[in-house]
Design a protein around this ligand. Structure first.
Ligand SMILES: O=C(O)COP(=O)(O)O
Ligand SMILES: [Mg+2]
Length: 226
């Protein structure tokens, strides 16, 4: 763990990213994207490639997977999303797992009286059943998906909306994420951010994003909070 900012984070509200932060969803996202590619007679994309496509919502993931061969038209992408959604919705948790230390840390944060919020760019149709089936949903006083508000990360709106929802200044909140979209949204909102090292940020190590703290495990979150 590296704490780059010397102040302890008050963090009455802890906002947690989903994919790559709470849950390792890449195997099932890859299977769904590859199901579509296979149906189109194309070669499957490798896991590290798909991991690099995660974080901007499932439509962007599918668009990038199709673009490996050629940029899809809007109609081609719409058709691919019908197949993707059907497959992914039926296989949300075939291989996806909660990262080590996440459940225990959420329990500890809740016991400390902090508000917990899930902020993801994943569509709500997938976010809610995924959190429910993993037994995580009830930890959160608010869940904001990629299609819950007019704009998603890296826009600061989901973060500022959360602070207003809980009547807290943004500096009393902390976002925990894994990617550039998370750090950009946090900086634009003026909210502190911690990044986990195990998630999906392509080939770029998260310390290059200059977060306020870098966590090798979610458990380390408990050490940086006041
Ligand atoms: O790209 C997605 O579907 C979700 O990504 P996020 O949970 O990391 O915001
Ligand atoms: Mg993420």
């Amino acid at each position: 763990m590296v704490k780059l900012n010397t102040e302890a984070f008050a963090a009455r509200v802890v906002l947690l990213d989903l994919d790559g932060t709470l849950v390792d969803t890449a195997p099932d996202l890859a299977a769904a994207a590859n199901h579509v590619l296979q149906k189109l007679g194309r070669a499957p994309a490798e896991m590290p490639v798909i991991r690099g496509f995660i974080g901007n919502g499932v439509r962007e993931l599918m668009r990038r997977a199709l673009a490996i061969q050629s940029d899809p038209s809007a109609e081609e992408l719409d058709a691919a999303m019908v197949d993707f959604s059907q497959y992914y919705g039926a296989h949300l948790l075939d291989h996806s797992v909660i990262y080590p230390g996440v459940r225990g840390t959420l329990e500890a944060l809740q016991a400390q009286g902090r508000e917990l919020v899930c902020i993801t760019n994943k569509a709500a149709a997938f976010t809610v059943p995924l959190l429910q089936r993993l037994g995580l949903y009830d930890f959160f006083g608010l869940v904001l998906s990629g299609d819950s508000l007019p704009r998603k990360k890296p826009d600061p709106l989901p973060l500022t909306h959360t602070a207003e929802h809980f009547h807290q200044p943004v500096k009393n909140c902390l976002l925990v994420g894994d990617s550039r979209n998370d750090t950009q949204a946090a900086r634009a909102a003026g909210m502190p951010i911690a990044c986990v090292t195990y998630g999906y940020n392509g080939d770029e190590p998260v310390h290059c994003l200059e977060p306020d703290a870098v966590l090798d495990s979610m458990r380390e979150l408990l050490d940086i909070l006041a």
